[in-house]
Write a new protein. Structure first.
Length: 137
């Protein structure tokens, strides 16, 4: 009876150890899957934001073209005034375009940085980019 009891205890101990290892593996697989799901959700949000920005840029470009066409169709305005208005519009649009493209680029970079393992982060590169984008903002 004593030997059977010892044998049973040894089997139970082995099963407990094996169960612990299996649970650890399941937890690791779950964590990896959750990380992949989180990355996919982030990617989808980023793609939606890019799509929204592209649509906004297209609307701005169309509005700028319409304004130019309307101004060209108007009569009685001096040529210099029309040119000045068009030039002013181009400058205003260029500034907005630069801002939107900067935001798009910034989000792309920040997504890359978030996906980078902590031990491989290049602080100098990130700091340089942050300083560049501070000028854009």
């Amino acid at each position: 009876l004593g030997m059977v009891l010892e044998s049973t205890e040894a089997e139970i101990t082995g099963l407990a150890r094996d169960t612990g290892e299996i649970v650890g593996l399941f937890e690791e697989v779950y964590h990896r899957l959750q990380t992949q799901v989180d990355a996919e959700v982030c990617k989808q949000k980023l793609e939606q934001a890019r799509s929204d920005r592209a649509a906004k840029l297209q609307l701005e470009e169309e509005a700028a073209k319409e304004l130019e066409e309307e101004e060209a169709d108007e009569e009685g305005l001096p040529i210099q005034d029309e040119a000045a208005v068009v030039e002013e519009l181009k400058m205003a649009f260029a500034a907005k375009q630069k801002l939107w493209r900067g935001i798009d680029s910034w989000e792309e970079l920040s997504a890359q940085w978030n996906a980078t393992p902590f031990g491989t982060v290049e602080v100098e590169s990130i700091t340089k980019k942050v300083m560049e984008y501070n000028k854009v903002a």
